[in-house]
Design a protein around this ligand. Sequence first.
Ligand SMILES: [Zn+2]
Length: 435
Amino acid sequence: MVRMLIRDVLYFTNNEGSFELGYAIVQDGKFVTLKPGTCDSPVYEFDDVIWGKGMLILPGFINTHGHAAMSLLRGYADDLPLQTWLSDYIWPAEETLTANDIAVGSQLAMMEMLETGTTCFTDMYFHMEEVAQTVVNSGMRAVLGSALLSTLPDSDEKLQAAVAFVKDFQGAGQGRIVTTMAPHSPYTCSPEYMKKIMGQAHKLNVMVQIHLSETRSENKEIKQQYGVSPTIFLRNSGLLSQRVLVAHAIYLDDQDIDILAHHDVHVAHNPGSNLKLGSGVAPVISMMARKMHVGLGTDGASSNNKLDMYEEMRLVALLHKGALEYPTAISASEALYMATEGGANALFLPKGFGTLEIGAPADFQLLDVSGPRYQPADRLLSHVVYASHAGDVRRVFVAGKELYRNGEFLTIDKQRITFEVNQIVRKFPQNKCRS
Ligand SMILES: [Zn+2]
């Protein structure tokens, strides 16, 4: 039994931003106590004692959409429309990536996520076995699926490999890995292929993640090809019959939103990526009005270019106010919820994930709130969402194990990964990545 005490730490006691100074006890990777005041037990009863003075304990952030290895493509092709960006730059560069490159790129992403308070991330990419192995080694938590596209010549082999991946890695890393099926999008998966994928998803009883209605041109293309919206295309392909997480979901009409809500489809909202690619603004307020589960995601660093959930949290709170001329659209409390417990719900994780509740996995971060941007001190929730900086994250834990402390990565070799990243990018076409 491993016991850890975090003493003299601030924590929120409710969603409205009330907070207390108190202590937390973590035992065997789970929270067993979170209380105001001082712990009665003597410190020698604990394996580890952390002094939380000036710190706020928060659940680790849950990033509900991304492509970790695309951190290798950060800054490679900025300021372009999605289709040009993908077909002229990203896809040719991705063709050069080996399994090892993807493992390296994923670790680069994991370091960035850890130092900005994220403990669990979602990934849809290639060579997922290598990604999963790096997750196991890093100690992070992740929801992973091999990207499937019927446009690839070996799409049936890829589907078999995706099934094998689910079987091999579901629950790996002491339960820290959740596997999914991951058809890429309506515009890259034929209805027949989608049906094959869903047959496997049902058999394996796993969640399905997919991109949906990210651009206006996607909607136009699907309409031309199948005569319906991408959402109806998914429904007609049998995709909505399983637990489904859709990423982006920007170009939806009322009927689409009703269909998604009716099938309890969950959404990964990516405000930063959607803004950077000029994709548009997802109708998140309409989704929330229908009680849909909406989490926050960064998407890949190639289209964001950060994997910083503090930024997404602030953006989601600002974006919808501005877009709708509606200052109460998303409150600070709702934004923090979306980055934590709401993200866990969006990913269909068990109750307790994304919280500091007793019995919840001890996935948490300690944020230094002693600086000027957190004053006046009585408005902490507002400061965390609107004024914080991810650089104030001091320590990050997953299942009670410390993975990041004051600039040091305790499970990832930062120097080696940084060196390898800068070797890998040299082979990208047109040598657009110059250091
Ligand atoms: Zn994506």
